[in-house]
Design a protein around this ligand. Structure first.
Ligand SMILES: [Zn+2]
Length: 78
């Protein structure tokens, strides 16, 4: 799984729509990739904050922002 694959699975992951197989890959990727681990963690916290405020869940805008940030980090290092 690449960082892009990971990000494309992120909403499904938090919606609980992800298959056991993909969940396994997501976990394996975050174990190997510290950037995506941070994204997963940040997203989880962001969703908790949003839910406490009774606002929307993971919006496309937020996902875009995370995607841009993570890709900048992952590609900038190489
Ligand atoms: Zn990654």
């Amino acid at each position: 799984m690449t960082c892009t694959d990971f990000l494309s699975q992120l909403t499904d992951y938090f919606d609980g729509q992800i298959s056991a197989e993909l969940l396994d890959e997501v976990r394996r990727h975050t174990a190997e990739c510290s950037h995506c681990e941070v994204v997963l963690d940040t997203t989880r916290q962001t969703i908790l904050v949003y839910r406490n405020n009774e606002a929307v869940d993971l919006s496309p805008e937020l996902r875009d922002r995370l995607h841009t940030a993570i890709m900048a980090k992952c590609t900038g290092k190489r």
